[in-house]
Design a protein around this ligand. Structure first.
Ligand code: RB5
Length: 149
């Protein structure tokens, strides 16, 4: 397992079931899944789960991260506070493809109370198969990165 094929997954209590389905799907696609939980259904705080996944992406331990909560918004907000992370919430495949192509997103967030299982898996596939286009988009991504200074 190398960092290049590792994907970290995390969620809060609202998305445990969908996270496990997504984890199995990503593994089936040949990626090494680092699922950091949680596994029990007690209510838990989404910021710490968004952050924990983001830290593994920012450190280079994982190439990508997929985070989930009820809306996808809370874990996304937390993840984006970690330096080096670009995370977008997606409820459609077009956006999932474009946050890779144009924004070089390294994390994807999904709302388990927003999208169904089938669409969630299509969103994941769109995200993981799209490539960053570079060029003029690289300069814009660099402008985002510069905001961290
Ligand atoms: C939990 O009830 C809910 O607030 C959380 O899953 C998420 O939607 C927050 O953004």
């Amino acid at each position: 397992m190398t960092a290049d094929n590792r994907i970290v997954l995390s969620s809060d209590h609202a998305a445990i079931q969908l996270r496990q389905v997504v984890a199995a799907h990503i593994a089936m696609r040949g990626w090494a899944v680092v699922d950091i939980g949680p596994t029990t259904p007690e209510s838990t705080d989404y910021p710490k789960h968004g952050e924990a996944a983001a830290r593994l992406v920012a450190s280079g331990d994982c190439r990508f991260g997929v985070v989930l909560c009820g809306t996808g918004q809370g874990v996304m907000m937390a993840a984006n506070k970690v330096r080096g992370v670009r995370c977008g919430v997606c409820a459609d495949t077009f956006s999932a493809r474009m946050i890779r192509r144009h924004n070089d997103a390294n994390m994807l967030s999904i709302g388990a109370r927003v999208v169904g299982e089938g669409l969630a898996l299509d969103i994941v596939d769109a995200f993981l198969t799209a490539e960053f286009e570079g060029g003029r988009h690289a300069a814009r991504v660099e402008m985002i990165r510069a905001l961290e200074e």
